[in-house]
Design a protein around this ligand. Sequence first.
Ligand code: MSP
Length: 508
Amino acid sequence: MNKTFYLTTAIDYANGSPHLGHAYEKILADVIIRTKQLNGVRTHFVTGLDEHGQKVQQGAESEGISPQERCDRIAGEFKNLLVQLDISHNDYIRTTESRHKKVVSSLLQDLFDRGEIYQAEYQGFYSTRAEQFLQEKDKVDGKWPEIYGEVTEITESNYFFKLSKYQDWLVEYLNNNESFIVPNFRRSQVQEFLKEPLNDLCISRPKERLSWGIPLPFDENYVTYVWFDALVNYVTAAGYGEEGFANLWPADLHVIGKDILAPPHAVYWPIMLKASNLPLPKQILAHGWWMSSGEKMSKSTGEVVDPLSLVEKRGVDAFRYFVMREMTVGQDADFSLERFESRYKTDLGNDLGNLLSRLFHMITTYENSKVPRVILNEEFEQKLRLNFETAKQNAMEHFDRFQFNQGLEQIFVFIRSINKYADERTPWKLAKSDLKEDQEKLKTCLGEMVESLRLAIQMLAPVMPGVHKKVNELLGLPECENWETDLHWDYRLEGQSLGEKTILFPRD
Ligand code: MSP
């Protein structure tokens, strides 16, 4: 039996409401999963919430509630977002769940028993905002960068994980595994990062400073540091220590943002796994950021876009289409409401929406709502079918390489060519003629347009699952889809009665 394709996303911090950045990552992951499924692959898709840490503890204190209460509320918000975005995850992992605490404890104990974790005195600088120890080299122009907030000098005893011992192994691993990190330029950045010697990783915080964490199994006075807790979620959710683990682990793909690639996902995580004798994930996809006014959109910069307001205004499929169409995976993109509106009106309203409504209108009026039989095969038709084959081939290749914006562009080139075909064939004129030849052209044109629409919608399915479902219902097609069987020009809808004409993307 083939292994299930196991995909994870970053687990979001439970210290604020979700914004466009969080929404984008979950949509990207969902589109990848749906693409796999359409290619006949069995999948498992996990996302979740990262609930421990100082900021969560402080946030709860300032609200006068318990950290768990605060996490529960934020988990509600993030989970609701997933529903609103039509995300098809199979599991939602929260790091405060007992299944997770058990796995973190067991991995830590094992590493401690085998001498991979040791205790030492630490003296240095600490940033509360970043929850991280800093070194002189982190200063810019002699000052601590803004992102670290207040930095204080402290001395404390802590536990360390022997990261440096594995540096050479990791360098070699990255050299030998070109596709481990995509896009490729991000792998080069990690390789660059590894040119500096690695320090061992401090994995603990004294309980008196941070109580909201998972206790170290070998020393109750400490809790684990954020990454040793958070990264482990990927194996917890795969059922570490249980039957069936091997069917999911190693993960096939971790989808994360570029800010948490190096060091957490590309350095700490592979080394943690290696030291634990567990296989490494097959691939890490690091996407870029949604920016606003030239800065990363985040809670601390203040300017955030609420995905739910856009979903409410234009519908979830329009929102999903926009983020996938605008972002080159791996690069940053600037959010602009004007772009969003323009994509909505042009691509979705004019190109796709109009195609559907004019076609349904004509079939209802001229053909009594039944899909006519295609009779002719002239140059116009041949060109249209060629456009489909080209779009299909290109789009599938782009999708395989996670270049969804280019894949969508190809599909819309095809959609525009269907409208052009109609403008050339002019069925509204042909309908007025009684000539047999014109009637044949009319039927052919409408039959070809239905088939083209069906195929375009199939290709859009991973990005716009709602539109796909709705149009399939109007076309009288069963819901279950598979690209290998369905992406063929075979006039399967001939004779089919169509549903009522619908406006897919209404104007204000
Ligand atoms: N909790 C950690 C991840 C732990 S994974 C074991 C974390 N959380 S986060 O809430 O800050 O970010 C969650 C994901 O959202 C990250 O992959 C991050 O890159 C992504 N984004 C947050 N803001 C973003 C943008 N403005 N644009 C795109 N994605 C960004 O990091």
